[in-house]
Write a protein that binds this ligand. Structure first.
Ligand SMILES: [Fe+2]
Ligand SMILES: [Fe+2]
Length: 303
């Protein structure tokens, strides 16, 4: 594995994509690989760079088991010049089949350490600067979780919103497996993450635009198309609603919804880059389009 090159500023560094290659590199993104499914592992086997300088963003939900997450990210890191990971809810589960029994913050910190051991960048590392086509752009992986503020229709408190979900039976498994330890609840962990993440984002050179990367969408509009609107409460927080404008985003990359598509808000591209479960992508008329181009030689500004 290569070493990390010099620091450009206190909050970012450059890996220099394409420094030793002739074809221009691309910044690519995927999420929700869910590698516990054999069919999804086959898809991962096919994820290859188009150029040796390509970077790959992996926006959470690689899998549930530590060994699966490590193996998959290490495979991808062998192929791509850089891999940038942000956690999803599935990585944060304490799954009954995982010999790693840590919960909450401890589990997240262990995931970060694991990523560092295989040279995969995390939200805790200096933000890299993409200097290929469309750059320079700071690529900022984020971990902000959710706080139930994307409430179910007609509800006004977390309690009402959760009660609505339990009534309809659409309850995210996080309620059973994503533990907030040592925080009293997931929203407290979310709010601490939002505060810490804003501190990191505030420190980015204001002359540089960003690509913001998070498992959960930073704004609510992508959840408008959810089949079950009560699921939105596990999809984000209103506290990040202005981050795409405040931090000069050229694109906001996310997953979690398993509804791959491109949308716009305030002239910023929002890119849902998920693979999703086989039962979801196999019933679509075309094969999954993974990874997606975020910044690329001929696709600058396009989805
Ligand atoms: Fe997912
Ligand atoms: Fe997810």
């Amino acid at each position: 594995m290569c070493c990390r090159p010099g620091v450009l500023s206190r909050s970012s560094f450059s890996i220099g994509p394409g420094a030793h290659v002739s074809s221009p590199a691309s910044l690519l993104a995927v999420s929700d690989l869910h590698v516990s499914y054999a069919d999804n592992r086959d898809v991962v086997d096919g994820i290859r760079p188009g150029s040796p300088g390509d970077w790959l963003i992996v926006a959470g939900d690689v899998g549930e088991l530590f060994a699966d997450i490590r193996r998959t990210l290490a495979q991808l890191r062998e192929r791509f010049a850089a891999v940038i990971w942000a956690p999803g809810n599935h990585e944060l589960w304490t799954h009954r089949d995982d010999p790693v029994r840590s919960r909450g913050v401890e589990r997240y910190e262990q995931l970060v350490e694991m990523c560092r051991s295989i040279d995969v960048l995390t939200p805790e590392d200096p933000f890299p600067v993409w200097t290929g086509p469309g750059g320079p752009v700071v690529v900022a992986p984020l971990f902000q979780l959710y706080d139930y503020s994307f409430r179910a229709p007609g509800t006004h408190t977390k309690e009402e919103s959760l009660a609505y979900a339990y009534r309809t039976g659409i309850v995210c498994t996080d309620e059973m497996m994503l533990h907030p330890d040592p925080y009293p609840d997931r929203e407290s962990w979310c709010w601490a993450r939002v505060e810490e993440t804003e501190r990191r984002l505030d420190a980015i050179d204001p002359a540089l635009p960003t690509v913001l990367v998070s498992h959960w969408p930073l704004v609510r509009h992508p959840t408008d198309v959810l089949r079950y609107p009560e699921f939105a409460q596990w999809c984000g927080t209103e506290r990040t609603a202005d981050w795409h404008r405040r931090y000069r985003a050229v694109a906001a990359v996310y997953g979690h919804l398993h509804i791959p598509r491109s949308t716009r808000q305030d002239d910023v591209r929002f890119e849902e880059v998920s693979l999703g479960y086989p039962r979801e992508w196999q019933r679509r008329p075309t094969p999954p389009r993974v990874p997606r181009h975020i910044l690329a030689p001929v696709l600058d500004g396009a989805a």
